[in-house]
Design a protein around this ligand. Sequence first.
Ligand SMILES: *Cc1c(COP(=O)(O)O)cnc(C)c1O
Length: 515
Amino acid sequence: MVHLGRVMTDKDISSAKVVNDIDSDDLGVPGDDDFTTSVYGSRFASTDLPRHEMPEDEMPREVAYRMIKDDLTLDGTPTLNLASFVTTYMEEEAEKLMVEAFSKNFIDYEEYPVSADIQNRCVSMIARLFNIPAHDENTNAMGTSTIGSSEAIMLGTLAMKKRWQNKRKAEGKDASRPNIVMNSAVQVCWEKAARYFDVEEKYVYCDEGRHVIDPVQAVDLVDENTIGICSILGTTYTGEYEDTKAINDLLVERNIDCPIHVDAASGGFVAPFVNPNLVWDFRLEKVVSINVSGHKYGLVYPGVGWVVWRDPEFLPKELIFNINYLGADQASFTLNFSRGASQVIGQYYQLIRLGKKGYRSIMLNLTRTADYLALSVQKMGFLLLSQTRGKGLPLVAFRLDPKYHHKFDEFAIAHHLRERGWVVPAYTMAPHANTLKMMRVVVREDFSRSRCDALIADIKLAYDAMKKMDATELAQNKERMRTHAARKPKHSMNAYAKDETHSLQGKHGKTHAVC
Ligand SMILES: *Cc1c(COP(=O)(O)O)cnc(C)c1O
């Protein structure tokens, strides 16, 4: 093998005589050049891709590209993944801008001041969309871009915790046992935030009929150690909006000094357009911070979220770092340092390209499609668990009607749909309502009416097929599902943490991470 003390070019490689694992002479095949035939004629095509040990040698780029691309074809198709809220379509112009910014590190404010400024413009637009109280035209709202709502929620939690600690210390009181009040149907990142930052979780549990937080129970749980209440604008289970106004009004009425953080991960870019009269945001005096995922209904590819604070008062100064990197000072409050600038640029593109009118048209279309799907599954005999007519997120959560006493469950139907390529998750509802199983379809921008019709036809086929199965076939079907589940990829952390029972969601057997 030639070794020239530099990275070899493809030409070096293809002119090098590489010894084959299989000696082609033994096979009576003339020639042993790996690279002159085709990607699939190379020796790489007849061996498994390296898994555990970094290979000693290089491989040609077209081989690496083709082999990895082929490997990835067994992943699902993002557009058929109806489990996820995360954006799977952007316009070419947006993609172009994002690709062009791949090499920019967002944190290098000095080097890329325009990218930093674009973030600030987005923060202002989003804060105003959420009706931030009027402040000086020339000052930016307090807020930052993040990797997603999870990071945004961690920052929101940290700010509430720090502010509570400062208040307690100023009063000469114990500040060692903070707690946070939330619905047991919170997204898993709230459990993470609480555990990572040592805040006790105080849950308001759902029941069979109520899948959102009960405002009275929530406010009753507040004590002197409560750093805040989380209220969700669009729960991940049923897409319902929690009644933030009721929580706010109770806090005001009882004169309780406790802030609300609204988790508007999904609803933040839906409600303002579809349901502008719903009062859930900074119009409520107790709402101090709000997060939203740019990569959900903000319509940007994954890795962007936002968090905004009502007023600097709610963001303790000691959490903010002045990054003096390569000369420029810019305040920073994030968990990560380096990150790409593309997502922030993609968000700015969507905000100014679509404007309020564009977002409104898209969100209204999604709502109409969701309503159409909701009506269709109801006609098939399913029970609807989500809202319609824009009263919740554009998603359809539904379940089998117990009155039919079916011998199969929602997981079996989800499995059937999976074989047709659709990813429609089935899961059990949050604790205390966990005998309730359901399926959920998230309607995203690229889920057109015709694709919706195709899904409806497949749900009907799956449901009818299950209904026709006798006991033996149902048992076989169950066994197939079980062996399929056993084929899931293994990660060393899975085995390591398999007895971990802290996670509410982990304990309740969702088939797919609900995100
Ligand atoms: C998706 C979601 C999150 C987590 O957001 P990411 O952007 O995926 O980190 C948190 N809360 C709710 C309600 C969500 O829907």
